[in-house]
Design a protein around this ligand. Structure first.
Ligand SMILES: Cc1cc2nc3c(=O)[nH]c(=O)nc-3n(C[C@H](O)[C@H](O)[C@H](O)COP(=O)(O)OP(=O)(O)OC[C@H]3O[C@@H](n4cnc5c(N)ncnc54)[C@H](O)[C@@H]3O)c2cc1C
Length: 321
């Protein structure tokens, strides 16, 4: 288990971030879509690009362990919580640079906020991602994606991204173009470098509002048929990446694990690549199902599944509280 933060470093962090804004011992479960996980030693909510840059920069300078989260839609937090500083990216702001280009704070939620704003103006491109929980920063980290309206291809957020302002791992703030992100499937430069997105620019196509809304309605219906309702079954979406074009859910299903329950967590009965919190599940129970699915699929099919979600905190430490 990581040692507590040195009081001198803590005082320096308090001073840099304004003492009253640094929260202690904050439960992280409500900040994740799984609704699972212990507390953060320290939590800071960054609301502007400057605040986010200062928080990350100061933690780096002081050598304080830190983790950036958005709406926690792609992470599992350990029952023991997270030592050090968790920075919640709540950077707000939506500014139209011209009638097709919008500059957005990295903490703005793609759905509903940004999609509602852009669709109301008759601008399309982000509407494909209706119903997916994500901040703008998380969406660029992930290269957010969903099927095209005719289901023949996948639409990626990369396609409407112009560029961003980042805090680079070297410490400087810079503007980068879309090519900087080296987007792939479930992948971008943000998986490989310690850069932080502060704002992002999207270029959107004019389209009739009713057409955009029709696609959104159809996508929501499609998701509703296959995916668990987050309010009934909290989850983090797909657990494993697609592997050589083969869906992880199909492999897990073929191994007979669809609907398998462990404690208060379960492999969703309609989509085997999703683990759901059946009510009061622990991170250890979810982790058990993930390990079980991976080991069973490897043994029975030879495919070695890789997780898409991130794990935050120490999964070997005893739970707090
Ligand atoms: C019900 C459900 C359905 C989903 N469906 C889909 C889907 O159809 N398609 C799809 O692509 N994904 C899907 N997902 C996955 C999830 O929505 C995405 O991974 C999303 O982009 C995560 O965003 P977040 O803000 O929650 O990031 P978090 O989960 O909080 O963090 C994820 C990672 O992003 C990093 N990050 C966050 N902000 C920044 C920033 N400003 N700069 C750099 N790094 C940052 C974090 O450090 C972390 O490593 C689904 C998830 C759920 C729960």
């Amino acid at each position: 288990m990581a040692p507590p933060i040195d009081p001198t470093l803590l005082a320096a962090l308090d001073e840099a971030l304004s003492a009253d804004r640094l929260e202690r011992d904050v439960p992280l479960a409500p900040m994740t879509t799984f609704r699972i996980g212990g507390p953060a030693d320290l939590l800071y909510r960054a609301r502007t690009p400057d605040e986010l840059a200062v928080a990350v920069g100061t933690a780096r300078e002081l050598g304080i362990p830190h983790h950036l989260i958005g709406v926690g839609a792609n992470i599992l937090v350990a029952d023991a919580g997270v030592r050090g500083l968790v920075i919640r990216n709540e950077v707000a702001g939506v500014e139209w640079l011209d009638d097709r280009t919008v500059r957005v704070g990295a903490g703005v939620e793609v759905f509903p906020d940004l999609i509602v704003e852009t669709v109301d103006r008759g601008r399309g491109g982000l509407h494909h991602f209706v119903g997916i929980p994500s901040t703008v920063g998380g969406a660029l980290w992930q290269n957010l994606h969903f099927l095209s309206p005719d289901r023949s291809r996948t639409c990626f957020i990369e396609e409407v991204t112009l560029g961003a302002e980042i805090l680079a791992q070297e410490g400087d703030r810079r503007r980068v173009g879309v090519e900087y992100f080296a987007f792939g499937y479930d992948d971008s430069i943000l998986h490989h470098r310690d850069d932080v997105v502060l704002t992002a620019d999207f270029r959107l196509d004019p389209a009739p509002v009713e057409e955009l809304r029709a696609v959104m309605r159809e996508n929501l219906r499609w998701r509703d048929d296959r995916h668990p309702d987050l309010w009934l079954y909290p989850s983090a979406g797909s657990i494993f990446q697609k592997i050589e074009g083969v869906g992880a859910g199909r492999l897990i299903d073929e191994c007979g694990l669809k609907g398998h329950v462990h404690g208060r967590a379960g492999i969703f009965h309609r989509h085997a690549n999703i683990v759901v919190n059946l009510g009061g599940a622990s991170a250890a129970e979810v982790r058990h199902l993930i390990d079980l699915a991976r080991e069973t699929v490897l043994r029975e099919t030879g495919y070695d599944l890789r997780t898409e979600i991130g794990f935050l905190g120490d999964f070997d430490a005893p739970p707090t509280g």
